[in-house]
Design a protein around this ligand. Structure first.
Ligand code: UDP
Ligand code: MG
Length: 306
């Protein structure tokens, strides 16, 4: 098997058939498999995928989750079950065209020292730019060129990703953390053909927090440093008051200042407790060692682990 194509799919009934046809057309000369992961969809996605499997048992595989576990879990399930010499990830909504994967595959075949081709969109939204900038400042990994999960890579990269067993998975970070030689290739990001984006503003914010906390403890350090700074300022202020009142005998009506200081430090403390809570909750989830996803059924794949 030359190529495995992983397609995370959550409520994508409107585009799956077209995507399948496109993939078949693009890769007609290649021995490949498509691993569709149905991530707990509640529309007709599962039925469509089962029909596609019925039509093309040679190439179609379906992993059906017991509920929605998120795109990251879908990617992980795909990686775990892929058999290809090369593995790729593509969205189900046709924003990313398969022809770019073919181009990237050819590049990998011609360049032995490159391990992965990451496709970068020609258009970058304001939010996506902010997301990459913040993550690069706050975390220990560097995410280059707004590269997303649309990529193709060799088996060494796939195996490295699978070695990372954490359940709070942030693929973009994992791809950067594992290293290897990555080539960045631009592609034309299309508008979503049908259906709606699955990442609402709230979901994007929580995804960004997950990404930062998965790869950095910098926010904790910043919290500590600001705490120290405030302590120093307060200490100086205290010394000033002591000198002024006790030594110089000045009257100090300090009620308003005091109230402000107390409220200010309380606010800062609560923010930092929130940051610590964020990390603690991640540790809590990881120590339980829950699997990143649960399968309900699978089609076209060897062992029947449900
Ligand atoms: N997706 C998924 N599980 C989710 C959310 C999204 O498998 O919980 C899939 C979705 O079906 C699509 C891909 O992830 O194939 C990217 O989602 P989307 O196009 O909504 O994201 P956007 O392009 O708007 O960032
Ligand atoms: Mg999309």
């Amino acid at each position: 098997m030359k190529l495995s194509i992983i397609v995370p799919s959550f409520n994508e009934e409107e585009t799956l058939n077209e995507l399948y046809n496109e993939l078949i057309k693009t890769f007609k000369e290649i021995n490949f498999e498509i691993i569709f992961v149905n991530d707990g969809s509640f529309d007709n996605t599962f039925k469509i995928l089962k029909d596609l499997y019925g039509q093309d048992k040679e190439r179609v595989r379906v992993i059906n989750f017991s509920r929605n576990f998120g795109k990251e879990a879908s990617i992980y399930a795909g990686l775990k079950n892929s058999k290809g010499e090369y593995t790729s990830i593509i969205d189900a909504d046709l924003q990313q065209e398969p022809k770019y994967l073919l181009k990237a595959l050819k590049f990998l075949e011609e360049n032995e020292t490159t391990d992965m081709v990451a496709l970068i969109p020609d258009k970058k939204s304001f939010f996506s730019n902010m997301f990459y900038k913040t993550i690069n400042v706050l975390s220990d990994i560097k995410l280059k060129n707004n590269a997303s999960d649309f990529r193709i890579f060799r088996e060494n990269v796939k195996n490295a990703c699978l070695m990372i067993g954490e359940s709070n998975r942030f693929s973009k970070g994992i791809f950067s953390w594992i290293g290897f030689d990555t080539y960045y290739m631009e592609y034309k990001l299309k508008e979503r053909k049908k259906g709606k984006t699955k990442f609402s503003f709230r979901k994007k914010i929580s995804y960004a927090i997950d990404g930062i906390t998965a790869f950095s403890v910098k926010p904790l350090r910043i919290a500590g440093k600001i705490g120290l700074l405030i302590t120093i300022i307060c200490f100086i202020y205290l010394a000033y008051i002591i000198v002024k009142t006790i030594l110089l005998g000045a009257k100090t009506p300090g009620f308003a200042t005091l109230a402000c200081l107390v409220l200010f430090s309380m606010g800062i403390e609560l923010i930092f407790m929130g940051i610590i809570g964020e990390y603690l909750s991640k540790t809590f989830i990881e120590t339980k060692k829950r699997p990143p996803y649960i399968e309900k059924s699978r089609f076209g794949l060897d062992e029947d682990i449900l």
